[in-house]
Design a protein around this ligand. Structure first.
Ligand code: FAD
Ligand code: S2G
Ligand code: ZN
Length: 497
């Protein structure tokens, strides 16, 4: 993407040589030092196939000690490193840049470090290695009667170490809060190989600076997360999911306020998507919708495309009849007040998961539609959809503008879809979207992070003094700038050359 052209290459990095390879083989064993072209092609390409690196080496350590030895060596050799998890990040943070000229990047994937270390059924504290795939943790906890405090469409591949490193938000944040609240401790390996054991499992520990928070959302630029301890909520018995249709965005906003006040303590998710997003899902995920067409009896808002917005409201409580009564009264009242024009309450867990599959299918449908420009923005709820409409005016017929996301936390996923990437479309989007967001005191990255895509855009959301201190922390923890260079911070601060 164009972000890389704005950034000059850091010439201080060394080129990978045969001695490096044999050293890595010595400490990791042959099979964990990957030079296979196909495996490397995959590791060098991000989930959107938008960012492509050309690293010649992928390392798969199995222990914290191996990560420590690798980093210590790369630091002394000035070999640049890209920490990688499930490679589902959406801002180009998980693949190398500028490796074509001088192969200096080593990709380190902690996926083999996927053991569950401990689970305390009284406190709900889970301690696991960073390479655990989110979905595997979900099923482990399900057997124990617990859930993960986050849920996102990438759960099948993303690793908890990557979720922590991007401070992933997702579908449940409105109920369980961010990882800054749920993560109790981390084990992190620094650029010089030092292992920082902050793997506490206490809810309260006010002894000095709480350094783990520096690494949550640091996107691989301050250290490699090797272990995570996280507070997991109990799985409650009564979960309800409503799929509703609204005639306009104002109704979605009012529905959100109503849900917060009338469903209050049992509200666990509030997602919205506009009709353009639904059209994409209908077109590209037809088989998903077929599941819905089997709805006997109950009205199915998806059949008619005369609605402009769709809302998913999930409640999670401990008393089925109490919750059911509450949500049915809420839906009846909302219908009477004209907030919803149609709606269906999932009759069973299968139907509920098919509703979620539709919502989670939007990013994949967007990928099938062609090129996509993604903007993950925090904005004041009342203003949020104005930006979608303004982008439609700016782009006219040249591209499709989709608006959807976590309305419950004021997070818009503005996606601009075109047959292929093209500079004229890009020029209509940036910097306009960033300036608009900054003017409305929003954030240019609600949950996906800055990565490569927005490494030089941080000033739209953070003051120069704040970014300067971030640069000093980066210099303290990674003095040679080998950790995920060119990402997160503006180039001049993350490479100090
Ligand atoms: P990767 O993509 O491999 O890496 C992400 C970043 O973290 C990179 O900068 C990498 O260098 C760094 N990193 C990875 N592992 C480590 C580690 N162990 N130590 C240090 N640094 C590391 N995000 C949301 O917040 N909410 C959503 O609802 C959401 N939905 C999504 C839906 C889909 C279909 C997809 C594809 C993505 C979605 N995402 C969402 C993006 C999300 O941020 C990533 O999916 C996930 O959090 C990154 O985890 P990962 O293991 O794939 O990390
Ligand atoms: C989601 C995925 C990224 C996007 O689905 O919640 O985080 O903008 C997003 O498609
Ligand atoms: Zn999201």
């Amino acid at each position: 993407g164009s972000a890389a052209t704005e950034i000059q290459r850091n010439t201080s990095f060394s080129t990978l040589n045969v001695d490096d390879i044999s050293y890595f083989k010595e400490i990791l064993g042959e099979k964990n030092v990957i030079q296979d072209k196909d495996v490397l092609l995959n590791a060098n390409t991000d989930w959107m196939r938008k960012y492509k690196g050309s690293s010649k080496l992928l390392l798969q350590p199995k222990t914290t000690n191996e990560v420590s030895q690798i980093l210590k060596y790369c630091n002394s050799r000035r070999l640049a490193v890209v920490p990688q998890g499930g490679n589902t990040g959406l801002v180009g943070g998980s693949v190398p840049v500028f490796d074509e000229v001088k192969s200096c990047h080593v990709i380190i994937n902690v996926g083999s470090m996927n053991n569950i270390i401990a689970f305390d059924k009284v406190s709900g504290t889970l301690v696991c290695e960073a390479g655990c795939i989110l979905e595997n943790l979900v099923s482990f906890l399900d057997d124990q009667g617990f859930i993960m405090p986050l849920d996102l469409g990438a759960k099948g591949s993303c690793q908890i170490g990557g979720n922590v490193s991007t401070n992933a938000g997702g579908l449940r944040l409105v109920r369980y809060g961010s990882l800054h609240g749920n993560v109790l401790g981390l084990e992190v390996v620094l650029a010089n190989g030092d292992v920082l054991d902050m793997l506490g499992t206490l809810r309260k520990d006010n002894t000095g600076y709480d350094l783990k928070h520096l690494f949550i959302g640091s996107e691989g630029s301050l250290g490699i997360v090797t272990k995570v301890s996280i507070l997991t909520p109990l799985k409650l018995s009564s979960v309800n999911l409503a799929f509703l249709a609204c005639k306009d965005y104002f109704s979605c906003q009012k529905l959100l306020l109503e849900a917060k006040s009338k469903l209050g303590e049992i509200l666990s998710a509030f997602e919205f998507l506009d009709n353009q997003a639904m059209d994409l899902v209908r077109y590209f995920w037809l088989e998903k919708l077929k599941v819905l067409n089997h709805l006997e009896g109950a009205r199915n808002p998806l059949h008619s495309s005369m609605h402009n917005f769709y809302v998913l409201i999930e409640t999670t409580g401990s008393n089925e009849s109490y919750d059911r009564e509450k949500i049915e009264a809420f839906l009846l009242r909302s219908m009477e007040d004209g907030l919803i024009s149609d709606g269906v309450l999932a009759q069973d867990i299968n139907q509920a998961s098919s509703f979620w599959r539709i919502r989670e299918g939007v990013p994949e449908a967007l990928m099938k539609a062609g090129a996509v420009y993604k903007y993950d923005l925090s904005l004041p709820v009342e203003k949020m959809y104005d930006l979608v409409e303004e982008m439609r005016l700016r782009l006219g017929q040249t591209a499709k503008v989709i608006g959807y996301g976590h309305l419950g936390d004021g997070n818009l996923h503005l996606n601009i879809s075109a047959p292929q990437y093209n500079d004229a479309i890009f020029a209509q989007i940036e910097p306009y979207v960033y300036e608009w967001t900054s003017k409305h005191r929003g954030s240019i990255s609600a949950e996906h992070g800055l990565g490569l895509m927005k490494a030089n855009k941080i000033f739209y959301s953070k003051s120069p003094e704040t970014v300067q201190v971030m640069g000093s922390i980066k210099k303290l923890l990674d003095p040679n700038g080998i950790l995920n260079p060119y990402k997160v911070l503006p180039y001049l601060l993350s490479s100090y050359h």
